[in-house]
Design a binder for this molecule. Structure first.
Ligand SMILES: [Zn+2]
Length: 370
């Protein structure tokens, strides 16, 4: 109805500002094929013969990432050592060269498929599990194991309530699990960490890449919410274009040339004050005369030492007033085998948290409120 109204406005050559919304929408060629709510399929699976095993999460907790490939295969092997490997199916989803697909590996059966766009890796992971159930139902009644590295898939399948926009495969797969359970099949969904040299998982990963690149299409209805990622992508692209070409904020642009919805300190274990101080340095808005002069708060942009602009580079690397504090900073850098006098802007751009921390400590030491 909304589109029909817009079409009438196009005929009337309407100039309202909402028309760009319509043209943007039509340009994206969005044709969702599924409007069906999956909510009805969220039923209790607690008394069924469907099992969820995410125990490996606890078992590898605290093991550093680079050691995991050495220990994870053994932990996994012990978990399934009594299971006939013909009953074990490894599934994986993958996105490569803007194509999405999934792969399934089993001793006797392998599969690789592509999903039509738009498709997320998450949907591909669910599609792989769904397709595996379609294989299993053609096999004799038994206890089968589906191994996936997608924790979000397992958690969504296990959840008692659907999310805001449950993907098509979520409802479909839950229904399928219930049906198989009713027909005396047992299914265990087992989580394994990805990129940990677990052979079956690695093979499924390769098959998923093959599927994404050259597999046949695995047909599915596409929900309207799957198109959201296109809008998200387009918004990021147009933000990137204006950030690249704009004339303002060039100091920050030199530090963070690529736009992101994640803040620069994401994943750093640092204090709130550190984030505050570094954000001020990145924005080039701080309480040194070089900036205060720009906004008309002081007469001169020179340093009180009389030797140059009072900007962050001057304060950290050359101002004579902070010679003592600086020798401590240089000593710490030497002790850590780091080069001295790297321009602060380059340190910020590198997001080298230990170097940034030393500069932060220097600023605290000289009691300058940035
Ligand atoms: Zn100075």
């Amino acid at each position: 109805m909304v589109i029909e109204n817009f079409e009438r406005l196009v005929e009337l050559n309407s100039q309202t500002r909402f028309m760009s919304l319509y043209f943007d929408y039509m340009a994206q060629n969005i044709n969702p094929s599924s409007f069906v709510s999956n909510r009805a399929h969220f039923l209790d699976t607690s008394d069924s013969t469907v099992f969820f095993d995410t125990s490996m999460r606890e078992e590898i907790r605290g093991i550093p990432d680079h050691i995991r490939p050495q220990v994870a295969p053994n932990i996994f092997y012990n978990k399934l050592r009594t299971v006939n490997c013909e009953k074990v199916f490894y599934t994986d989803g993958s996105n490569i060269n803007e194509s999405t697909g999934f792969g399934i590996f089993n001793q006797n059966i392998t599969a690789s498929y592509k999903l039509s766009d738009p498709a997320s890796v998450y949907v591909a992971e669910l599609a792989a599990i769904q397709y595996t159930l379609e294989i299993i139902e053609t096999l004799p009644k038994d206890h089968y194991f589906i191994v996936t590295d997608s924790l979000s898939s397992i958690e969504a399948l296990r959840a008692m309530k659907p999310g805001k926009y449950p993907p098509y495969f979520l409802g479909k797969t839950r229904e399928h699990l219930r049906t198989l359970s009713g027909r005396s099949y047992s299914i265990s969904l087992v989580w394994v960490p990805s990129h940990c040299s677990i052979p079956g998982n690695e093979k499924a990963d390769s098959l998923a890449k093959v599927g994404a690149l050259e597999g046949d299409i695995y047909e599915r209805p596409i929900c309207f919410n799957e198109f959201f990622s296109i809008s998200r992508q387009k918004t990021l692209e147009s933000w990137q274009t204006s950030w690249t070409n704009d004339e303002l904020g060039r100091w920050l642009h030199a530090i963070i040339p690529k736009v992101s919805t994640k803040p620069w300190f994401k994943g750093m274990n640092v204090s709130r004050d550190f984030i505050r101080v570094m954000s001020r340095l990145m924005s080039n808005h701080y309480t040194f005369n070089a900036h205060l002069r720009r906004i008309g708060l002081v007469e001169s942009n020179l340093c009180t030492c009389g030797d140059g602009y009072q900007d962050i580079e001057h304060v950290v690397w050359s101002c004579v007033e902070y010679r003592d504090a600086r020798s401590k900073l240089l000593e710490s850098l030497r002790a850590r085998g780091r080069p001295p006098e790297v321009p602060v802007r380059d340190v910020l751009a590198s997001r080298d948290s230990s170097y940034m921390l030393l500069i932060y400590q220097f600023l605290k030491h000289i009691r300058i409120q940035v």
